[in-house]
Design a protein around this ligand. Structure first.
Ligand SMILES: [Mn+2]
Length: 326
């Protein structure tokens, strides 16, 4: 439980609240942040969702997205700052710099550094959105359809559409309660997963030609260069879901996507199908995430980065045991 009761008590008293989520935002952190922001607004608080990065185009359908603020610094005079889905203060960019108000840390990353004034960290939670649901229940705040839509999008995406191991009974109970509160699963899934640009699929077809498997078939990876993205006229969020293809191959235990950042190193996304802890692999390169889904940014050229990361994946698979080569 940690500081949960004190967090609830504090949230009942505050007026001006900033709700922060992590850089390179995705639907869990944005859904959790917008859901909480809207609920606080419904209670008459002056709540605003801030992020150091822009809102991905694909998430603009979420209720409250129009009031989302991209900023480098927070305004003064805040009563509290809530940070969702972020394991370290650096994850919110520079937004916590110079903040005097109490910081409420609401997160489900196992490695969370408990950087808040009050910390509520639940690694078993499927999504930050699931945690915000429980927070609103504790605040006795009835969940409105706009809030339910945001929190459902958060749970849906962080469980990989209820495919991943974190699809717990609790995740499904919360999802059911959110549907009862007005979230419409078909509409939300269509908004998240059926709004692709044809250019994204052309980029995917190109990316699939780089698909490579390790000799034992347990590791599969694909690559995309900054030039590929630029040529397609697409941003990083065009790559959403690409990693599901190598991950879907029978026998694959770890899937990776290497993306060139044009002189800024290589961004590596990692997915495990259960045995390997890819968060541990990402952590050795300064990244983070969850047991089954993690990422890191590694300086250097693609070939060198790929070699180093694949070696670390092999070590992790070896130490995880249970396989033929255990
Ligand atoms: Mn999350």
């Amino acid at each position: 439980m940690g500081d949960f009761p004190r967090m609830v008590a504090l949230l009942k008293t505050v007026r001006r609240v900033a709700v922060l989520s992590h850089i390179n935002p995705e639907a869990d952190c944005i859904g959790a942040a917008l859901g909480l922001t809207i609920a606080l607004q419904e209670q008459g608080r002056a709540a605003v969702a801030y992020n150091a990065d822009p809102l991905p185009r694909a998430l603009r359908f979420l209720p409250g997205a129009g009031d989302f603020v991209q900023a480098d610094r927070l305004p003064g005079g805040l009563d509290c700052v809530v940070v969702v889905d972020s394991g370290t203060p650096e994850r919110v960019g520079g937004l916590l710099t110079g903040v005097a108000a109490p910081v409420l840390n609401v997160d489900h990353h196992k490695g969370n550094t408990r950087f808040g004034t009050l910390n509520w960290v639940v690694p078993e939670a499927s999504a930050a959105g699931e945690m915000v649901f429980h927070l609103l229940r504790a605040l006795e705040h009835p969940i409105s359809p706009p809030v339910a839509t945001n929190l459902y999008a958060a749970v849906l995406t962080d469980t990989g559409s209820f495919h991943y191991k974190n699809t717990s009974p609790e995740a499904l109970r919360v999802a059911a309660a959110l549907v009862e509160a007005g979230a419409v699963p078909g509409q939300i899934s269509a908004s998240l997963y059926a709004q692709r640009d044809a250019g994204e699929l052309r980029l995917l077809s190109r990316c699939l030609t780089t698909l490579t498997l390790s000799r034992d078939g347990r590791v599969a990876w694909m690559e995309v260069s900054a030039a590929d993205l630029a040529e397609a006229g697409l941003g990083q969020d065009a790559l959403e879901g690409f990693i599901d293809y190598p991950r879907s191959i029978a026998g694959v235990e770890v899937a990776l996507l290497f993306r060139g950042l044009g002189g800024d190193g290589i961004r590596v996304s990692l997915r495990s199908r259960g045995r390997a802890d890819v968060a541990a692999v990402a952590a050795t390169f300064g990244g983070g995430g969850h047991h089954d889904a993690a990422g890191c940014r590694v300086p250097g050229e693609l070939a060198a980065v790929r070699g180093a990361v694949l070696a670390a994946v092999e070590r992790e698979l070896a130490s995880a045991g249970g396989g033929e080569r255990g």
